[in-house]
Write a protein that binds this ligand. Structure first.
Ligand SMILES: Cc1ncc(COP(=O)(O)O)c(C=O)c1O
Length: 370
């Protein structure tokens, strides 16, 4: 297995801890340990007693129980906890795929979702999101791409980087199409819970379809990326066991303090997500006005969920634009070149200081003759 550099991570490494304004983060506003411990009167005292031995490989039983409540059909023994969503993606791909398998992947997208199947010798067909349709995926196209050798379809909705949210009707059809052919459906749902209209929230894949695998994490919706707690929820027993066995070769088990804090956070999940949704709503109103004023320079499809969007620079070259912006104004954007080589950029709006960063982008566009 050879893996090329993860372009997004390498780009972030250049500026994430030096640029004063990150205008492209996908995780929402984070919290401190103290803020989490303040959620329950005796939490601080319990945290002090947290035992620092190895933990259960599957994830603490009480944490898995809390995670299972996010689903309607999942039992705690159908949840497998990992160190972040990234470790879960890594082991799902290794457990599910063989060289020569055909895999259809939502594109453009988060690099590991396509890179890992490629590195495992799979035949990868991109399922292209269309900007002209609000970054929608075409189900007829998916149906035409399915082959007898198709092992898995990889979907990410709400989507990074476009903010696309699939409709309930399309999602139901996708589940029917894949299930009927015995194809696994990997649903990266790490932004689930950040729908701007709650009524548009999709059911989790694993609750609709026995061949679906749902991916969740505390990083995005809950703003707790530093905990590194992610999970898989699925009814697929054999696949679950294979992932569990493989995990012995990376983290073995999760961090005990993180598991404690993750469980505490999930007991207050709606409140934590609610604060981040309010930040997003406030920031989106500013973005509507911003894109209206800069329509000659920038085009965007307004997202329907999540904390990121993928606007397009209409004139100029995106890498130079991002470089000049970060060096002149200290504002980091992520060029589309780290995704699909396009002239887009990823914009993140789940952070409290987004208005300040946006003002700086506004000033930069003004100076650049906007
Ligand atoms: C779609 C998607 N899946 C998975 C991940 C990985 O999440 P984590 O960093 O919490 O492991 C990310 C992070 O950006 C993501 O955007």
């Amino acid at each position: 297995m050879t893996l090329p550099p993860f372009k997004l991570e390498r780009y972030f490494a250049r500026y994430e801890f030096s640029a004063p304004y990150l205008l492209c983060s996908s995780d929402c506003e984070a919290r401190s340990v103290a803020e989490l411990l303040a959620l329950e009167p005796d939490a601080a005292a319990r945290f002090e007693r947290c035992w620092l031995g190895y933990t259960e490989s599957l994830g603490a039983p009480t944490l898995r129980e809390e995670i299972s409540r996010l689903y309607t059909t999942i039992r705690p023994e159908e949840v497998l906890v990992f160190s972040g969503a990234e470790e879960a993606i890594f082991w799902f791909m290794h457990a599910a795929l063989q060289p020569g398998d055909h895999v259809i992947v939502h594109s453009p997208g988060y690099q590991s979702l396509s890179e890992l199947p490629l590195s495992l010798g799979c035949d990868v067909t991109p399922w292209l999101a269309r900007e002209e349709n609000g970054w929608a995926l075409d189900l007829d196209q998916l149906e035409a791409s399915l082959r007898p050798t198709t092992r898995a379809v990889i979907l990410n909705t709400p989507h990074n980087p476009t903010g696309y949210l699939m409709s309930a009707a399309d999602f139901a059809r996708l589940n029917r199409l894949t299930q009927a052919r015995g194809v696994l459906l990997f649903c990266d749902e790490v932004y689930r819970g950040l729908e701007y209209q709650e009524a548009e929230r999709l059911p989790a894949g694993c609750d609709l379809n026995p061949l679906a695998v749902s991916l969740g994490v505390l990083s995005k919706t809950y703003g707790l990326a530093g905990l590194r707690i992610g999970w898989i929820a699925t009814h697929q027993r054999e696949l679950y066991q294979r992932m569990l066995t493989l995990k012995d070769y990376t983290t073995i088990c999760n961090s005990a303090p993180s598991e404690f804090l993750a469980e505490l956070a999930l007991r207050h999940g709606p409140a934590l997500a609610g604060r981040n949704l309010a930040i997003i709503a406030h920031n989106l109103a500013l973005l509507d006005d911003f894109f209206l004023r800069h329509a000659a320079r920038l085009a965007w499809a307004r997202p329907r969920a999540g904390s990121v969007a993928f606007p397009r620079l209409l004139q100029g070259e995106i890498e130079a634009f991002c470089h000049d912006l970060v060096t002149q104004q200290g504002v980091m954007l992520l060029p589309g070149t780290v995704f699909d080589g396009s002239n887009h950029f990823r914009l993140g709006f789940g952070r409290k200081n987004m208005p300040e960063a946006l003002n700086r982008l506004d000033a930069f566009l003004g100076q650049a003759g906007g």
